[in-house]
Ligand binder design. Structure first.
Ligand SMILES: [Zn+2]
Length: 314
């Protein structure tokens, strides 16, 4: 009413007031869209130690949720993962996502729960019995152990969910963020025949605006080769290098398809610099693609915002 009266009395003043309102509105919209609503923090927490490797990827996503992909072995989760979460005041994981049923990826589930860290949803597929039974070595696939771990989580009231191709795990608040499962094979009925359990890893992709991250778990030669020919959506800015960097993982043709700007190894620097990783290390060296190795640090933090990213080490 005040504005209408002023406008009638003084059109120039009214135009000026309107201009100020428009400019303030534009500034507010820019301010809101440039702030944390788009931001994702991806933290690779080191759970590799001694001669053992594992994965733990913490994702802090736009609606304020905290997700974790994999936990590492039980004892390393206790000494490396849980203290990191506690120091960062993380007492709840809205989603815990297990890439595949090997203990250096799921072994810390009960450790998290025992430490009082609540889990909203647990995405954890039990292995197909046939490829699982083919792994009769000490840390190979163990169906009974997986089922007991699922049961343990259920006792804490955690619902168990399944990772399936095309499953979208995005938050609802922000359309610039998406997280989805591209592929997951069961190791028995696959385009590459019966495979290892590593090749049952869920292959997951996160997009934050223009920045993409690929999480291929521990995929190996068989599915890696299949995807390098038939895979879609694998092109990425940031790549979690599969299977702790060792050369039995995906072939070079898979890395050609991913064509990352930076690679991240969840594993041991001594292993990365050994003959066991020589093929993959030489691939990244030859192409001048920088690689971060988790056990050189306590954590590697990637902050993604507004189409760009920054890597920090702790
Ligand atoms: Zn592994």
């Amino acid at each position: 009413m005040q504005l209408a009266m002023t406008a009638r009395l003084n059109p120039k003043l009214a135009t000026g007031v309107l201009l100020v309102i428009v400019l303030v509105t534009i500034a507010l919209v820019r301010y809101m869209s440039s702030n944390s609503s788009h931001e994702v923090t991806w933290t690779i927490i080191n759970v590799s130690h001694g001669d053992r490797t594992g994965d733990a990827h913490l994702l802090q996503v736009p609606n304020g949720e905290t997700w974790l992909i994999d936990t590492g072995f039980a004892d390393l989760a206790e000494f490396m993962l849980v203290p990191y979460l506690q120091e960062n005041n993380i007492t709840r994981l809205d989603k815990l996502i297990i890439s595949h049923p090997h203990r250096n990826h799921y072994g810390g589930i009960h450790v998290l729960l025992d430490a009082g860290i609540s889990i909203g949803e647990l995405y954890f597929n039990a292995p197909h019995p046939i490829p699982c039974a083919n792994e009769d070595w000490a840390m190979g696939c163990d169906l009974e152990h997986v089922l007991s771990m699922q049961e343990y989580a259920v006792q804490f009231g955690v619902p168990i969910k399944s990772l399936e191709p095309n499953l979208v795990l995005s938050t609802t608040l922000n359309e610039v963020f998406s997280f989805r499962v591209l592929y997951r094979f069961d190791g028995n009925d696959t385009p590459a025949g019966i495979t290892s359990i590593n090749d049952t890893s869920a292959i997951m992709r996160m997009d934050v605006g223009e920045v993409s991250v690929l999480f291929p778990g521990d995929i190996g030669q068989q599915i890696g080769e299949y995807l390098s020919i038939n895979g879609e959506g694998l092109d990425t800015d940031l790549l979690s290098i599969p299977h702790h960097g060792v050369s039995v993982s995906a072939p070079d043709s898979f890395f050609d398809r991913a064509s990352p700007e930076i690679g991240f190894v969840s594993g041991l620097d001594s292993l990365w610099n050994s003959d066991r990783a020589a093929r993959i290390k030489s691939y990244f060296d030859t192409k001048n693609i920088p690689v971060y190795v988790s056990d050189k640090y306590r954590a590697i933090r990637v902050e993604i915002n507004n189409g760009s990213y920054e890597v920090y080490t702790e």
